[in-house]
Design a protein around this ligand. Sequence first.
Ligand code: CA
Length: 765
Amino acid sequence: MKKAVIFYSLFFIFLITKKTIASEDYVKYVNPLIGTDTSFELSNGNTYPAIARPWGMNFWTPQTGKMGDGWGYTYKAEHIVGFKQTHQPSPWINDYAAFSLMPSVGKLAVLEDERRAKFNHDNELVEPHFYSVILDEIDTKVEFTVTERSSFFKFHFPKTENANIIIDAFFKNSEIKIIPNENKIIGIAKNNSGGVPENFANYFVIEFNRPFKKSGVWDGKGNIILKNQLKGKHVGAYVSFNTNPNDVIEVKVSSSFISHEQAWINLKRELPENKNFDEILAEGRKSWNDELSKIKVETEDTPYGISNKTKFYSSFYRTILFPRQFHEYNEKGKQIHYSPYNGKILAGPLYTDNGFWDTFRAVFPFYTILYPEKLGEIMQGIMVNPYKESGWLPEWSSPGHRDCMIGSNSASIIAEAYLKGIKNFDIDTAYSGIINSSENEGPLSSVGRKGAFEYNKLGYIPFDSSINENVARTLEYAYNDFSIWKLAIELGRPKTEIDLFEKRANNYKNVFDSSTNFMRGKLKNGNFQSPFVPDAWGGAFTEGSSWHYTWSVIHDPQGLINLMGSREDFVKKLDEVFTSEPTSDFSYYGFKIHEILEMELLNMGQYAHGNQPIQHAIYFYNYAQEPWKTQEKIRYVLDNLYGDEADGYCGDEDNGQTSAWFLFSSLGFYPVAPVTMEYIIGSPLFKRVEISLPNGEKFIIDASQNNKENIYVNDVKFNEIRYNKNWLHHKELMKGGRLKFNMNKTPNYEWGSAKNSIPYSMTNE
Ligand code: CA
């Protein structure tokens, strides 16, 4: 009898548990502080806690660094100087349109160094949509939650006659205006880091829930002026209140790149009168859970005390922050945007803050699986409209064109989306943009193709030309040309055009030196440059050496195998990446750039996971019929090079790319060459994963014997049928189904290693 009671109780608990799992809160696994213990000299991520909605127009963050410092929040900092609206995609690109709010108590001092207050991580709560901190020195608690364009603050002051809120409209020209009888402040912040037209401005509006006791403005020298309005290089305002404990001052903030009128529309749409703070907070949590719950991972967790769920859902959070929506919704609910390209107000979507050199690799492929519909809008907003408004496809936008990195990877992103069936964007215009970029140098070295004329004429960019990083450019253009080739076929372009890009996709062969089995700078006369130093960073390469770029043939690994002589030669070379000493010649830069230091710290030889050029190369063992080597190395990286704390990344996170690598690789596969539509199988990290596909189907990854030791794939079944290919096609994945991995402690040299098990290579077509 007793036993039966226990049994039924357990059964009941089991039912409850089942129910709880169904509506699990995934937000609690996200740690937005991962990557914030970081610096200029050594990157552990170079992130900041972005308090945001997915793809939100405005993010908010506590600010510990000085205005204009790309390292706006760093984990080891001791003071907060403000709570900042930010749009920064990376410290190297820096911020634009920023302004901040900061509380103080007692005598008013307005500049960052004077108003700053100590904080402690024990008193801080950081979630994707919510931030809370107690500032002990002033006995004040600050809480805020956010919507896509607005934020909602609660300031809990102590009993005081001087509870101040300081508004800082930042440097590089700003304006501020207090409207005391309406409890409002409006302002304009024009700060930016380039890539904007003359008329660029962020029009912000702030609404308080009670009248001001006092208010005034201030200038960049910290002079407080009893006026309601000021304009200058750097201006701000303050408001003061009498407060008692339990008093809460609520402040609503919004902004627009179009006008103050539009900013008020944004505020009323997102923070309507009839919704209180807690309702907006709950909406924010839901907006993240709606996305994060699309992939449910199960694991017994905590190898080495580190939470793989935290690593996974924090990576997911980082992957869907950027590109941000830059458009707004007018009073009729229509999408409009200020163009950061031509300064006009135009209809339709605009997306920005993205470096395609990073994100074409895994972020956009991730979107093709979970967000095909949204990706069409993103294509229209980040490719088509910028091309119409500036004459060029972007490569690094923030918010307009920025001069950073190389390649014309917009071609890969557009071709991949279209080939995967995403058609809700203007492909004809996008294709014109692609052709334009393939033929021309742009107004900035990152836009169009620097060296396009040499590349198209000779099939490579000569080392003895004026164009730097010429081998890296040649290799990336060749993959981009492969992307154009595939897209041109799909679009039914003329045969001569198709053939041209097919030919150019082979251009990687022109910079391969078979005497060293390395990619190497080539002179105009056809000879290779010398002396050749394989570990020399920069020069012919971009943020890497020949050790890294030799593998930049993602569309044709078999072609690379043939160039190296044989499968065995290729494997030997790839093994050497991981077994060589992490030496480097950094004379090109004159100092050890942080990416080199990060490589040295990894203990993986010349493999530099902290930067993008080689992040796919572990998967190259699959092409060489030795997938077990991929499996063991992938698991090493997942376990050792990603953490769940503030120092959790092994280099720049970069707009979601390093996070998306973790997302894919922990699922068990990775899009080495996005346009091929194939995902290369590695070693799944979790016991079970359920992906909810947009068509309502589920894709299940089942690896129930998975644990810290069982890292090798013994065999695979796809929908109960034995599966020996070491890759998956996008179309198969999107139908839903069940991929069952049988995992083991020791490698199975048979599985996935046959000649007909390997992924796509152009040469084999
Ligand atoms: Ca990077």
